[in-house]
Design a protein around this ligand. Structure first.
Ligand code: BYC
Length: 474
């Protein structure tokens, strides 16, 4: 008999919760089976310098030490409860926050939790082969850190399903381990989580763009009137920051290295840049276009009655809901969305309640633009005349008002034919992928060494030097 309280660090009084323990007796071994099958390939015996959360206190959420990943202590943590917390928006505004699931919202709440939970193992599956082509031991350690924490985020959602949703919750928790990223018969729920992450440039783009969707969705769920969901998401957000850091600095280091080589050899033609074994800025722009557009789809339709219901029910708020100055009910307010009418993109005012997906997407775009401006500074500081741009938000979309239209990165509405002709200038082609992957044909794991196509980071993990042995392979 496994002692779960010892094995699973938690602040949910797991030791005394018989129902939860019984549910975990079935799920925990299935989770380990999933990790052995779908977790990072060939990594099970490595000792990795990881941070583990063992409590929510400032000194407990980031304990560093060597761990074999299957022995990682995936914990269950909720931010401490605020007894006075209320439902802060929607039809129940002003009522005490719910500690149990309101009966009438049971199925939509379960659906939100399942959708959130589904993304976590999906991303681990998408990234599982990347260890074989890592650019350094430092980067290898970072991807493993991201992977174990995505695993913990799955635990966080599964805790809610087991604790609050009875048999339905247990079934959903099992299905979370059964779906597979990219599987034709049983795929992950949301589009971007079925796309491959075939190389490290894609991985850094994913953690910059898609993990940031994670941040914004978690922020919206952290506003939930269902208090356990809010408290779980608040704690998850402390870990999410590191994932976005890995993405932002990863892309930034690739840009820096390419610019260094371009300056040193005084060249800017992409094929000359490629010939020196670094990634040309044009290819980086194409990857950016792809990951940005696929991630924009994750916010759902521009006009959505689901989103209006989530808000009015008090289950999912807006980004920084309690800091916003309005009635938090949105019965009168309007919000602009865009649609394609007779070959033109035109604004349309719709009830703000129905435009909540679009609003969250707009909040996200603002933060993304700041990150891209930081990448641009690396290019400018190197004195390279190249501008990275964010494409128009209608570019390459499959969900919402732009789906089915052909929009250029500049926001022109094109015919299918002229889109096809230019697509290869805007999105990575099989040839681009083959080139990027050709740079990443093997792994670089000598402590302190970095692949030619990426600059070293400014500092190591947890104040350790860059040549620290972040992963022990024996
Ligand atoms: N792909 O009213 P609509 C993260 C479906 S990332 C496929 O527009 P709604 C992480 C939708 O399900 C954050 N299907 O959408 C990052 C619906 O289906 P039904 C994840 C899609 O419901 C990196 C229909 O289309 N968390 O944490 O308002 C690494 C019409 O839907 C997609 C969440 O997403 C899509 N992209 O909004 C690790 C938060 N989009 O009803 C982790 C929870 C929509 O016709 N989820 N559909 O069967 C939600 O709040 C909502 O489900 C969504 C969609 C915002 C995603």
């Amino acid at each position: 008999m496994i002692n779960y309280t010892e094995k699973i660090p938690n602040n949910v009084d797991l030791g005394r919760d018989r129902v939860l323990q019984r549910a975990l007796e079935h799920w925990q071994p299935a989770y380990m089976g999933w990790w052995y099958d779908m977790g990072p390939d060939e990594s099970h015996n490595y000792e990795v310098y990881l941070r583990t959360a063992i409590s929510v206190e400032p000194d407990g959420w980031a304990q560093f030490g060597y761990v074999k990943m299957p022995d990682y202590r995936w914990g269950i943590f909720l931010q401490p409860r605020d007894e006075k917390r209320e439902v802060n928006f929607g039809a129940h505004k002003g009522q005490p926050a719910w500690q149990e699931v309101p009966g009438e919202y049971r199925s939509i709440l379960r659906r939100i939790i399942v959708t959130q939970g589904d993304t976590e193992p999906a991303s681990v599956e998408q990234q599982r082969m990347l260890g074989a082509s890592c650019p350094s031991m430092y980067d290898l350690r970072n991807i493993f850190q991201v992977n174990v924490e995505e695993g913990r985020h799955l635990w966080a959602m599964v805790y809610l399903l087991h604790r609050y949703f009875g048999r339905d919750g247990r079934e959903e928790a099992e299905s979370l381990l059964a779906r597979r990223s990219g599987d034709t018969d049983n795929p992950r729920i949301l589009g971007a989580f079925n796309e491959p992450t075939p190389d490290w440039l894609a991985f850094y783009m994913f953690t910059f763009f898609t993990d940031r969707d994670g941040k914004f969705q978690l922020c919206a769920l952290a506003e939930s009137g269902f208090d356990p969901l809010s408290r779980t998401c608040r704690f998850m957000l402390t870990e999410e920051a590191h994932h976005m850091f890995v993405g932002e600095t990863g892309v930034s280091r690739i840009i820096q290295r390419s610019c260094e080589v371009m300056k040193e050899h005084k060249l800017d033609d992409p094929s000359d840049v490629r010939a020196l074994g670094v990634i040309d800025l044009q290819t980086i722009q194409k990857y950016l276009n792809f990951h940005y557009s696929v991630t924009l789809d994750l916010y759902g339709s521009d006009v959505s009655s689901n989103a209006a219901n989530y808000f009015t029910s008090g289950l999912k708020g807006r980004f920084r809901e309690t800091k916003l100055e309005d009635d938090h009910v949105l019965s009168e307010a309007e919000y602009p969305v865009f649609e394609v009418v007779s070959g033109k993109i035109v604004p349309k005012s719709v009830p703000a309640l129905t435009a909540l997906n679009e609003r969250l997407r707009d909040d996200y775009i603002e933060e993304i633009a700041d990150g891209v401006a930081r990448w641009q500074r690396v290019i400018d500081n190197a004195g390279v005349p190249f501008r990275l741009t964010l494409p128009h938000k209608g570019f390459h979309r499959e969900i919402g008002n732009f789906a089915g239209h052909f929009i250029s990165p500049e926001g022109e509405v094109l015919s299918g034919e002229s889109w096809k002709k230019r697509e290869s200038q805007w999105l990575p082609t099989p040839g681009d992928h083959a080139f990027v992957q050709s740079l990443m044909s093997g792994r670089v794991v000598e402590p302190g060494k970095f692949a030619n196509w990426i600059a070293p980071p400014a500092r190591g993990v947890n104040n350790q030097p860059l040549n620290f042995e972040y992963v022990r392979f024996h």
